[in-house]
Design a protein. Structure first.
Length: 264
């Protein structure tokens, strides 16, 4: 059973955060995704938007407040806004982000200016930033958000850097890694989860899946591994969001391979 979100305070609490992650292309498609999530008992949606400097005309995958507003109005989900969906995870992409770091910050504060202190809106800082200055840059963003008076949950996703617990005076920062089981084993991924837990880090993995090549590359084995990983994470209290790419693109293939997720 999903524990309903609180409408007061600085955070939303569920027993485990579970749901979908991806881009939205229309309100009609978003309604289809919401229907699937409600049927599954999911409670969290991470909505992704391309970085502003890569989408100057605000068109395909551009930042769209109407989608966020619709999620808030028609669901009780926690909505994680991934406004700087940097991709691919390369040093060249990271360098591009550094060149446009003012844009990274402006996008975060654009989101917060509308949804600041809403306990159902979490803000993810940047997607898959791979450089060695990751800890320094993420801490600076967390500090800036808190100094500006915003209480929203903050989400950061790391790459190959070691787990590091960030300083947050509200202790309302979650971290995660992105696990795809065409390249990860369940044992390897769970070892990472246990390290995070041992360091007192609260976890939401904002992308996981059977393959980073999307549904066309899924197998029964990789779907089973995804299911096993989610079950073991749930026992630890770590959240996971299934990457769907556009809307619910990947879901039908998960259904084909009998993915089962228990929401407690």
């Amino acid at each position: 059973m999903v524990v309903p979100p609180s409408d007061t305070g600085s955070s939303v609490t569920y027993e485990t955060f579970l749901g979908f992650s991806g881009y939205v292309t229309s309100l009609a498609e978003l309604d289809d995704t919401i229907a699937i999530m409600k049927a599954q008992g999911f409670n969290t949606y991470r909505i992704s938007f391309r970085p502003s400097w890569l989408n100057r005309d605000n068109s395909y995958h551009g930042y769209t407040e109407a989608y966020i507003d619709h999620l808030l109005a028609t669901t009780d989900f926690l909505v994680i806004v991934d406004g700087n969906h940097l991709y691919p995870p390369t040093e060249a992409s990271a360098q591009d982000a550094r060149t446009h770091w003012t844009d990274v910050q402006n996008r975060l504060f654009q989101i917060l200016s509308r949804y600041g202190n809403n306990p159902r809106v979490a803000i993810e800082l940047i997607n898959e930033y791979v450089s060695t200055d990751y800890n320094t840059r993420m801490q600076a963003l967390i500090t800036a958000i808190r100094e500006a008076g915003y209480t929203n949950m903050i989400v950061v996703n790391k790459w190959n850097t070691a787990w590091h617990k960030f300083t947050d005076p509200l202790d309302n920062t979650y971290q995660g890694y992105h696990y795809y089981f065409n390249s990860w084993s369940v044992d390897g991924a769970m070892n990472q989860m246990e390290i995070a837990a041992s360091r007192g880090i609260k976890v939401i993995n904002t992308e996981i899946g059977a393959s980073y090549n999307e549904y066309r590359d899924y197998t029964q084995s990789t779907v089973d591994e995804t299911e096993a990983f989610i079950a073991q994470c749930t026992a630890l209290g770590a959240g996971n969001l299934l990457w769907q790419n556009n809307n619910d693109d990947n879901w039908a293939t998960y259904v084909h391979y009998d993915l089962e997720i228990t929401v407690s």
